[in-house]
Design a protein around this ligand. Structure first.
Ligand SMILES: [Zn+2]
Ligand SMILES: [Zn+2]
Length: 365
């Protein structure tokens, strides 16, 4: 079938919406008609080649849509199901068996090459392969052929056009706190960078019962949004006494920190502000081969840093959980979403880079 999709070709060129041919789903795949897709910072980082994945590629990995065809081997979905799309995983390696699908042995091959593991893609242009399998979905498109494992059924009463960001940004932020750090009620947490992931981490900290939630961001409007989402304090990332302020506010250092920006200076403060013991979760996308020095005396007192992918979550169970939380008013991320027509994808990216929007969502169908 013919589809329309936004292709990223070179950092200096805008996304271009073009026609492509899409294969029918294989036995383990489904065809999804895209209703909407969030734009995530990672899409922009790949487009700009700050994260060097192969271009040209159809990006997008926060898709939400309706199932239009189901492969013979997919038993958990039916035509007409409302689905959120998330990352792909093999389902058989030891990590997948434990439900830790974001650490799948084939995570890179299945999500970051733009192709299936056999090197093919469901998208073609004049019989030439087009990278159309980004994060299992390439959701900047009117339709996607996606692995059944990437498609998560949600309640059809929920607003589908809003649900796509549950597949990456919200899962990453909430999951990093609730699954990877697991704070106890009354503990403290500092969150660096209050884009979608950081704001989701704040909401995860509220849900976990943290009573000191310190948001750090250089943008005043984002600090205000952080307070709206439940942060108890919001500090300017450019404050030279930042680490001491956090240590003061937490009575000796934060129990946990989440670093969402990938900026090395923020990583340093996110570790320096920890109490004894304390754990920093690193989720910000950093350029390849980023090296960061660590004060080993500081770490020696029970402190640590860990990388977290997709919130240590199994999307098949975590995304429906988050959708229920939203329906109950406990995850009010709709307050920092702005909708754009699919044709205005380049405007949405530009607004995101200028911090004029926190979570852009493309309305596609
Ligand atoms: Zn993402
Ligand atoms: Zn696996």
């Amino acid at each position: 079938m013919q589809i329309q999709a936004a292709i990223a070709t070179r950092p200096e060129d805008p996304f271009e919406i073009k026609s492509y041919d899409l294969e029918s789903p294989r036995s383990d795949e489904v065809l999804v008609r895209m209703v909407a897709s969030g734009i995530c910072h990672t899409d922009i980082a790949v487009k700009d080649q700050d994260v060097k994945l192969p271009l040209p590629m159809i990006l997008g990995h926060e898709g939400a849509g309706i199932v239009e065809a189901v492969g013979s081997g997919v038993s958990h979905l039916q035509v007409g199901d409302h689905v959120v799309l998330s990352g792909d995983s093999c389902g058989v390696c030891s990590k997948c068996q434990q439900g830790r699908t974001s650490y799948c042995d084939e995570f890179v091959e299945r999500n970051l090459t733009g192709c299936r593991v056999d090197g093919t893609s469901p998208v073609h242009e004049h019989d030439e392969l087009v990278n159309g399998r980004f994060c299992g979905q390439s959701s900047f498109a009117t339709h996607s052929v996606t692995p059944g494992r990437s498609a998560i059924r949600i309640n059809p009463d929920y607003p589908l056009e809003l649900m796509g960001p549950l597949g990456c940004g919200l899962t990453t932020g909430v999951g990093t706190v609730m699954n990877a750090l697991q704070p106890k009620p009354g503990q403290s947490i500092a969150i660096f960078g209050t884009g979608t992931v950081g704001l989701a981490a704040i909401m995860g900290a509220v849900l976990s019962g943290c009573t000191r939630i310190i948001a750090v961001d250089p943008v005043a409007s984002r600090r205000e949004m952080a307070l709206d989402m439940g942060a108890t304090h919001a500090l300017d990332a450019l404050d030279p006494a930042l680490s001491d302020e956090i240590i003061g506010l937490t009575g000796g250092g934060a129990d946990f920190s989440v670093e969402c920006s990938g900026v090395p200076a923020a990583v340093a403060v996110a570790i320096a502000c920890l109490g004894r013991p304390g754990m920093c979760a690193q989720v910000g996308a950093t350029p390849a081969a980023t090296i960061h020095p660590l004060d080993m005396d500081h770490l020696g007192f029970g402190r640590g840093i860990k990388g977290v992918v997709l919130g240590d979550a199994n999307p098949q169970t975590f995304v429906p959980y988050l959708s229920d939380l939203h329906a109950q008013g406990k995850l009010p991320y709709d307050r920092f979403v702005k909708y754009y027509d699919f044709a205005d994808i380049n405007q949405a990216v530009a607004d995101s880079k200028k911090s004029e929007v926190i979570k852009p969502i493309l309305k596609i169908g």
